[in-house]
Design a protein around this ligand. Structure first.
Ligand code: NAD
Length: 266
């Protein structure tokens, strides 16, 4: 008889970049399963407080917010320490914060390259470095990096993003090997296109870079890559997140989980 259960009551999850889009959806899904949550991300203070209070009330869990900027290593370390201090344990780390910039390589701004590598890749190094000693002491932990289909394949005009996402796959595999005997798993979820604020911005940028209309970007660039011809839904990512966080996911380690309608099968 199966003994698997996905109740996360009493566990603590830190989700970077959870004030918007995929991160907010993952935080909500983890809270719905009983986990206490540390939200993080940029945005309007009143809107973040409303998100925090609503999540706590709807799911009957504790939800705190930490404003760490993913460009600043010392703030990332402080965020992990805050989560541990608030709840006495830290079970789940989701590295999700990310930005995008779409431009030809010869015009790609140096400062955009630096910011994308820092937020989409280096921030995960700092959060993982801070959380691993806590998880080792607990004898259990789950680290989930939100990579992308672009961790597995490339697209033109996204040099920094594709480099960072391929990089986080390397980080995922390396740390997975290092912590495997401590009850800790490290995996990457690789979504295809999800209709978030990040993607809405990208539609306009891609239209400019390719010299085509925004409708053509959605039809001929984004959904062309996705064989289902549909955007990925938040709950499809939440379902995988909960699987990886539960005991059912204990033997998944160092792996990439594509959720992109078959894009990388081509
Ligand atoms: P989004 O723009 O809706 O959310 C990004 C989050 O990151 C926000 O909460 C934002 O405040 C936070 N963030 C940005 N810069 C930050 C900083 N310096 N410090 C702290 N937080 C910061 O984007 P999204 O589409 O939900 O993307 C979330 C993740 O999913 C990213 O890593 C992205 O690369 C990845 N992803 C998105 C898609 C997609 O189609 N939307 C596909 C594949 C992968």
């Amino acid at each position: 008889m199966s003994t698997i259960q996905t109740d996360l009551s009493g566990q603590t999850a830190v989700i970077t970049g959870s004030t918007s889009g995929i991160g907010a959806a993952l935080a909500d899904g983890l809270a719905a399963s009983g986990a206490n949550i540390i939200l993080n991300g940029l945005g309007d203070a009143d809107a973040i407080e409303a998100l925090r209070a609503d999540m706590a009330k709807r799911h009957g869990v504790e939800v705190r917010y930490h404003p760490a900027n993913m460009l600043k290593p010392e703030e990332i370390t402080a965020m992990v320490g805050f989560g541990h201090q608030e709840f006495g344990r830290l079970d789940i780390l989701v590295n999700n914060a990310g930005i995008q910039h779409v431009e030809k390589i010869e015009n790609f701004p140096d400062e955009k390259w630096d910011a994308i590598i820092a937020i989409n890749l280096t921030s995960a190094f700092h959060s993982i470095k801070a959380v691993v000693p806590i998880m080792k002491a607990q004898g259990r932990g789950r680290i989930v990096n939100i990579a992308s289909a672009h961790a597995l394949v490339a697209s033109p005009f996204k040099s920094a993003y594709v480099a960072a996402k391929h990089g986080i796959m390397g980080l995922t595999k390396t740390v997975a090997l290092e912590v495997a005997e401590h009850g800790i798993t490290v995996n990457a979820i690789c979504p295809g296109y999800v209709r978030t604020p990040l993607v809405d911005g990208q539609i306009a940028d891609t239209a400019r870079a390719r010299g085509i209309s925004e409708e053509a970007v959605v039809r001929d660039v984004m959904l062309t890559a996705q064989p289902t011809k549909k955007f990925v839904e938040y709950d499809e990512l939440v379902g995988l997140m909960l699987y990886l966080a539960s005991d059912a996911g204990a033997s998944c380690n160092g792996a990439a989980f594509p959720v992109e309608g078959g894009w990388t099968a081509a």
